[in-house]
Design a protein around this ligand. Structure first.
Ligand SMILES: [Zn+2]
Length: 344
């Protein structure tokens, strides 16, 4: 049996209680509608109840002949009801509540262990209270490659391919990554100047994986360093606030163990809290060792990481990440410019 944190256990229990309540309410509504449309069913049921009570009474009085009579009557009613249901295309088990999971009847519990459906339930619970979800509007269906120039220019990719060709290639590469996510452990470092589509691309990947039920964390690098700094302060405090400590512990756990971690904007703006670098390296190492994929966007070239951050951070990334360059004009600025020009 898997062991679950007490808090998770309680939430899982509430999740299933709610699921059962919803199923029961839905069923009550269904029955109400059914009896309205087919009052005959209610008549059959009432008659059945009446005969059943009579049978019990006869049983108590040991009136064997009457017992026999009511048994036959009940059988007869059941047969008539079945025929009526079939004629009207009503399921024979209409009075049974339809639970989503046929194993555990939405209790989460099957054969003295957690049911297989708890796996999916835990994922849903995880995503429900995920404070670090990717921006919802950044999805592949909203991705427009045409805003990237299709001219091959010397300053971008040495003129070998156009930004438009490059971005399409990157999108294709990530589609393969998403499709093979379960079998293929990979890390990506998306780098380039501002407005070249790095964050948008990473968010598209994150949202696509999230839709597959994968547990995703999408966090700004600044925020990640702040959380790490807070943990340090709490660790060094003589009298830490237990509630705050618990909150930070949970957040750290969420980030460390997420199936995919997306860190946005690791760059000059996210520097400053240097005593957290060791924690950051530990995070990268732990994820590498556990085979958990990480994606990072940055305006720093891989070789600049060592100078601007830390030698060890630089080597972790250049050694274990697929380095993915984004080049081209600032599409955000270009789009804003186009909008401005269009104005009357
Ligand atoms: Zn189940």
């Amino acid at each position: 049996m898997r062991s679950l944190d007490e808090n998770i256990k309680k939430r899982l229990q509430r999740y299933y209680e709610l699921k059962r309540t919803i199923a029961e309410k839905k069923h009550a509504q269904y029955l109400e509608g059914l009896y309205q449309d087919y009052p005959e069913i209610k008549d059959f049921e009432n008659k059945r109840t009446e005969y059943s009570l009579n049978k019990i009474r006869a049983n108590i009085k040991r009136e064997n002949q009457k017992v026999q009579y009511y048994t036959e009557q009940i059988l007869e009613i059941d047969q008539q009801l079945n025929i009526f249901l079939q004629e009207n295309n009503i399921p024979l088990d209409y009075e049974k509540i339809k639970y989503e999971c046929s194993f555990c009847q939405d209790t989460g519990w099957y054969h003295n262990d957690y049911c297989v459906c708890t796996e999916a339930a835990l994922k849903i619970l995880n995503q429900q209270d995920n404070p670090f979800a990717p921006p919802e509007n950044m999805v592949f269906s909203a991705f427009d490659a045409s805003i990237f120039s299709d001219k091959r220019e010397k300053e971008f990719f040495s003129g070998n391919i156009s930004p438009n060709e490059a971005i399409k290639g990157i999108k294709k590469m990530f589609t393969v990554f998403i499709d093979n996510f379960d079998q293929n452990f990979k890390n990506f470092y998306l780098f380039g100047s501002p407005g070249t589509g790095k964050t948008f691309m990473m968010a598209c990947v994150a949202n696509a994986l999230r839709e597959k039920g994968i547990n995703v964390i999408f966090i700004k690098a600044v925020q990640l360093f702040e959380i790490m700094a807070k943990r340090r302060i709490l660790l060094n405090s003589f009298n830490p606030d237990p509630v705050e400590q618990d909150t930070v512990r949970r957040i750290i756990d969420l980030i460390w163990k997420s199936e995919i971690l997306c860190i946005d904007d690791l760059g000059l703006g996210a520097k400053g809290i240097s005593n957290t670098y060791a924690d950051f390296i530990a995070l990268l190492d732990e994820r590498l060792n556990s085979g958990l994929s990480t994606l990072i966007t940055s305006n720093l070239k891989p070789k600049e990481l060592a100078n601007e951050y830390d030698e060890r951070i630089g080597s972790r990334i250049t050694g274990n990440y697929d380095l993915t360059p984004f080049e081209g004009k600032d599409v955000r600025r270009e789009m804003a410019q186009t909008r401005k020009n269009k104005r009357p």
